[in-house]
Design a protein around this ligand. Structure first.
Ligand SMILES: [Zn+2]
Length: 276
């Protein structure tokens, strides 16, 4: 997809699965399972989708997947599979900037990799890493609600990286903006890529799949449902009003869709595409 001077491609870093009930919070299974089936252990299958954004002289990567630092037991529980560097379709050394939406393991796990000396090293040592300060502070001191999603091996090494921390909305390059939201976890940021006639919103965990577009469909993992719902309502209103493409990070099938208000006044995904 081309938006202004930005060339945008999707990168699938791998797949995993999470409990379907946790993924849909208070929505009963007989509703959510109509649109996305659960496996024999009640899990739904999810993608780790990232964006590769080429601008004039910079190459941005938005989120980095779950990475390789998983043992067999964890791989089995979460159904983790990784794609290969060949499948990514880019040279990791060519990345100048990594934008992390937040430091949960399924978004930032790939920021570090096992090193040849048995330790852990930054996967993109040359890249500047962009994050919200509130998420950095929270990841260093998480609360019991989402502590299990912040793994120290994904966080501590960032202190040695070229880390840039933002306080809310920031324009990283002309037309490329990050926006802070706090309902899913403190200091998450979603990404806006805009030109005069087209825009793409990378929703991250504010709306993880196209099945989560209806306002009440949100995750049990969210730290504050009330905050999330108000942030999500504003996001959907903008996406609908501006006819933006919304990119769903965890949807196995639908990469992007427009947002429609149906005759019952509910938001739904519309014109879904499997590729950008
Ligand atoms: Zn998350």
């Amino acid at each position: 997809m081309q938006i202004g001077d930005f060339k945008i491609q999707e990168v699938i870093f791998g797949h995993f699965r999470l409990d379907g009930g946790c993924m849909f919070g208070s929505v009963p299974k007989n509703l959510w399972s109509k649109s996305i089936p659960a496996d024999e252990e009640n899990c739904i299958h999810l993608a780790c989708r990232s964006l590769l954004i080429d601008a004039a002289d910079r190459r941005f990567l938005v989120d980095v997947g779950m990475g390789e630092k998983w043992n067999d037991k964890q791989r089995q529980i979460y159904g983790i599979t990784n794609t290969t560097k060949e499948q990514w379709g880019f040279d990791p050394a060519s990345i100048t900037d990594v934008i992390l939406t937040h430091l949960h393991f399924d978004h930032a796990g790939g920021i570090t990799s096992p090193s040849s000396d048995g330790g852990i090293a930054l996967s993109f040592p040359q890249a500047t890493i962009h994050l919200q300060r509130a998420n950095w502070d929270h990841a260093l001191n998480p609360t019991p609600k989402d502590r299990a999603s912040y793994l120290i091996d994904n966080i501590k090494p960032l202190a040695q990286a070229k880390l840039v921390l933002y306080e809310g909305t920031h324009e990283i390059a002309p037309g490329l903006r990050v926006h802070r939201v706090d309902g899913h976890t403190k200091g998450q940021q979603w990404i806006e890529v805009a030109s005069s006639d087209e825009r793409l919103f990378f929703a991250t965990d504010l709306i993880p799949t196209a099945h989560h577009v209806p306002l009440a469909y949100h995750m049990g993992y969210d730290v504050c449902a009330e905050t999330l719902l108000s942030e999500k309502a504003s996001f959907l209103e903008r996406a609908h009003h501006e006819n933006a493409w919304v990119c769903f990070q965890h949807d196995v099938k639908t990469c992007v869709a427009r947002v429609l208000l149906n005759e019952r006044g509910q938001y739904q995904a519309h014109n879904g595409r499997e590729k950008l």
